[in-house]
Design a protein around this ligand. Structure first.
Ligand SMILES: [Zn+2]
Length: 170
């Protein structure tokens, strides 16, 4: 990822890579830390102890199963972001949200591997009518046993689900 930064966006001089995430311009002293893009994900269970997964409509990982959620905008908290994404993707309004854990991953997009950090939350599904929209093609509630991790989109989502399944079965 950092190899894509060659010229200074301020003075157009050659940038110097200090380490894996810090770039510096020796000419104008433009200094920039690359940080992971923050995302959210929701593990939502219904009363039959099934977890909602969404099917991705677009690349990357088109047609893979995913947790609902997405990228956090500027001036948005993780909770606000997740509520917005859930409204956009499933057209439901989340009430209670519980923080579950954070998970890093790569997000490969147009030949660049972006580093991401996902904040995962849990919630209980209260039966509101779901209609899929935005970047979601379909959704389904899966029992714990039906979830096969090799059909799951990204490393962070896989790890979050693995952790969750471990926690509920112990
Ligand atoms: Zn510069």
């Amino acid at each position: 990822m950092i190899k894509n930064f060659i010229y200074c966006p301020r003075c157009k001089g050659l940038l110097k890579r200090i380490d894996g995430r810090l770039i510096d311009c020796p000419k104008c002293h433009f200094h920039f830390y690359l940080a992971p893009a923050q995302t959210t994900a929701l593990i939502m269970e219904n009363s039959k102890r099934q977890i909602l997964l969404t099917k991705r409509k677009f690349a990357p990982k088109k047609n893979y199963w995913d947790l609902p959620g997405g990228f956090i905008n500027f001036k948005e908290t993780a909770e606000e972001s997740l509520r917005r994404e859930i409204k956009e993707e499933l057209n439901i309004t989340l009430k209670q949200l519980t923080y579950f854990g954070s998970y890093w991953s790569y997000y490969p997009y147009k030949k660049i591997r972006y580093q991401t950090l996902c904040l995962a939350f849990t919630s209980h599904y209260d039966g509101q009518k779901i209609s899929v929209n935005d970047d979601v093609k379909d959704y389904r509630f899966f029992s714990y046993k039906q979830i096969s991790l090799d059909k799951i989109s990204f490393v962070d989502i896989k790890t979050a689900l693995k952790d969750y399944l471990k926690r509920v079965s112990s």
